[in-house]
Write a protein that binds this ligand. Structure first.
Ligand code: AMP
Length: 240
């Protein structure tokens, strides 16, 4: 009987493993979602999709969506669900997402999570990595963070500074600080996180797809924990 059960389990896990992998990075602002998404994307060979980056790109291009979103972003509030959902679903419909993708900053509300569930249910292997960081560390992390304008590589002024001030080690681009990474806006973003996004932890715990990650550790340690929490399996099916 045990043999039959384990044979069945291995068939189930093999069928599961053939599905594309969708990884959701959850956690408060500053927990390291953006920092770990890049290396995870390289390791897993699937794209990193950040809704915050998509909005910032829209703003750079001066699109209507970019201008609408900026009003909310600058105050530390969430952009309305319908604007986020259209943009995100449009992005994950693209060719490079057919084997899976890593979501950073989405979903942030229960409505977004349920819309994603409807789209993905039964079609993918979903893993939600919940990056934990105590409140007192959040503000120091966010207010010190900077990133390259050209390649997006993140740095921290104190904990992970570039070799030459304000210049990216990787591509030589200029480093900048986000306008919403100020103490006042970070406090509002934390409030919004607690009231609207933290309830998603239960939502995914109920689906048995949640993995807790301690994000206080050094970068390499956290990345290894994230990788160990993920199935290292090839994706074969088109989920767009
Ligand atoms: P992030 O780069 O993930 O910190 O996002 C920056 C800002 O973009 C957030 O504070 C929100 O204003 C907005 N934003 C990003 N993703 C979402 C989302 N899924 N839902 C609503 N607003 C979002």
């Amino acid at each position: 009987m045990v043999g039959v059960l384990s044979a069945h389990a291995s068939v189930v896990s093999r069928v599961e493993s053939q599905k594309p992998l969708v990884v959701i990075l959850m956690g408060p602002p500053g927990a390291g979602k953006g920092t770990h998404a890049g290396p995870l994307s390289v390791h897993l060979g699937i794209p990193h999709i950040s809704t915050g980056d998509l909005f910032r790109e829209h703003f750079r291009q001066q699109t209507l969506l970019g201008k609408q979103a900026k009003e909310y972003i600058d105050r530390g509030n969430l952009v309305p669900d319908e604007l986020v959902l259209n943009m995100l679903f449009d992005r994950v419909s693209q060719e490079d997402c057919k084997a899976g993708y890593i979501l950073d900053g989405f979903p942030r509300t229960l409505l977004q999570a349920r819309s994603l569930d409807e789209r993905l249910i039964g079609k993918v292997q979903l893993v939600v990595l919940n990056l934990n960081l105590p409140d007192e560390r959040i503000v120091e992390r966010i207010t010190g963070r900077i990133a390259c304008k050209d390649c997006g590589r993140p740095y921290h002024k104190t904990f992970d500074p570039p070799k030459v001030a304000a210049i990216c080690d990787v591509c030589g681009g200029l480093l900048f600080q986000r306008a919403d990474d100020t103490v006042a806006v970070v406090r509002q973003r934390l409030e919004v996180y607690r009231s609207q996004t933290a309830p998603l932890i239960d939502h995914y715990a109920q689906q048995h797809v949640l993995k807790e990650i301690d994000s206080q550790n050094e970068k390499g340690v956290v990345l290894r924990e994230c990788l160990e929490a993920l199935p290292s399996l090839p994706a074969t099916q088109d989920i767009r």
